[in-house]
Design a protein around this ligand. Structure first.
Ligand code: FES
Ligand SMILES: [Fe+2]
Length: 333
């Protein structure tokens, strides 16, 4: 299994307008997206076969993309269908073309053929649920971003008041690594959710909480506060070796509070992400200077499981071959 064979979000559906190309970068590959006449999405390498101008700076007409330099025109399959300076196209020429799927209002691209399907965003557009969608650029690797999104101990340091206040109480969890998936199930959690405690957990009861990692780049965090359900799903897209574009869905079911709480949830989510962007930039600057040798405490087993799967993928090995493991951890927050 290779890192290029997974599906990565190229953009949100709403970002790709008809008649307008959209440029994006995934794994250092320049990609241009456009819609054909029927609205179906095409993804090609963002480089003209003729003299290498960027196709994304050209135009889309009749469902085809036209290079801005000499007008070579490409169909949605990447075939050159017109060369304005010639009466005929001549021999068959075809640009590098990628597989594309539009799902859950995201456009996914697969750089190399592989036997996987795009991730289904949990409860997206399900009855009773609403979703707030955010996009943020992190100056760090996918691995360090995903680890941050599934890391509890940092929350009382980086996000006090807005997310979780320290209570110095014991928290237990089971951590399972199985087939490219890591699942953390927290037991008897009674966190102090800062300024939102009165709403989320007014009686200070146990909350349900699971954190999951799905290879290669997805994290989901689920909270259940009685009937209220809140899910944070993040897809971390490797733009290049030091930049990660993170698409975050905040999907929740707060019953009658769904619509009225949207601006507050958006503000809270973005504020927390802004705090993580700062600490992750801080971390990556130090890693660039001194290298990435980490030391672990027992609750970092979550991260070492994620790192083990990511390292298999990055080295072109099969992460499904890793042995299944289950651990129990305890820590203080
Ligand atoms: S570079 Fe694209 S048409 Fe010449
Ligand atoms: Fe965080």
């Amino acid at each position: 299994m290779n890192v290029n064979q997974f599906w990565y979000i190229a953009c949100e559906s709403r970002q790709l307008k008809p008649l307008k190309p959209f440029a994006t970068t995934i794994l250092d590959e320049w990609i241009v997206l456009f819609r054909d006449d029927s609205g179906k999405v095409a993804a090609l390498q963002d480089r003209c076969l003729h003299r290498a101008a960027r196709l994304s700076t050209g135009n889309v007409k009749d469902g085809k993309i036209i290079c801005p330099y000499h007008g070579w025109t490409y169909s949605s399959t990447g075939d050159v269908v017109q060369i304005p300076s010639e009466t005929e196209v001549g021999r068959k020429r075809c640009s590098v073309r990628y597989n594309v799927i539009e799902q859950d209002d995201y456009i996914y691209v697969q750089l190399k053929e592989g036997d996987v399907v795009p991730f289904k965003m949990p409860h997206y557009k399900d009855r009773g649920y609403t979703t707030i969608r955010l996009q943020n650029t992190f100056e760090n690797t996918v691995t360090n971003c995903v680890e941050n999104f599934l890391d509890i101990p940092h929350t009382t340091y980086v996000h006090p008041t807005i997310f979780r206040n320290a209570k110095r109480q014991k928290m237990g969890a089971t951590v399972e690594r199985k087939k490219g998936h890591v699942k953390v199930t927290y037991l008897d959690e009674k966190s102090d959710f800062g300024i939102f405690s009165w709403f989320l957990n007014p009686k200070n009861e146990n909350v349900g909480h699971t954190d999951e990692y799905f290879m290669p780049n997805i994290s989901t965090v689920n909270y259940w506060f009685g009937k209220k359900h809140f899910i944070i799903t993040s897809q971390s897209i490797p733009v290049d070796t030091k930049t990660t574009l993170v698409y975050t869905d905040l999907t929740y079911n707060y019953g009658i509070w769904n619509w009225i709480s949207r601006p507050i949830i958006r503000w809270q989510g973005q504020t927390i992400i802004d705090q993580d962007i700062v600490i992750l930039r801080n971390q990556s600057e130090t890693i660039r200077k001194y290298g990435q040798q980490f030391q672990n405490s027992p609750c970092d087993i979550i991260h070492t499981f994620i790192e083990s799967i990511r390292s298999e993928i990055e080295n072109g090995r099969d992460p499904l071959a890793l042995t299944e493991k289950m651990e129990r951890i305890e820590f203080w927050v």
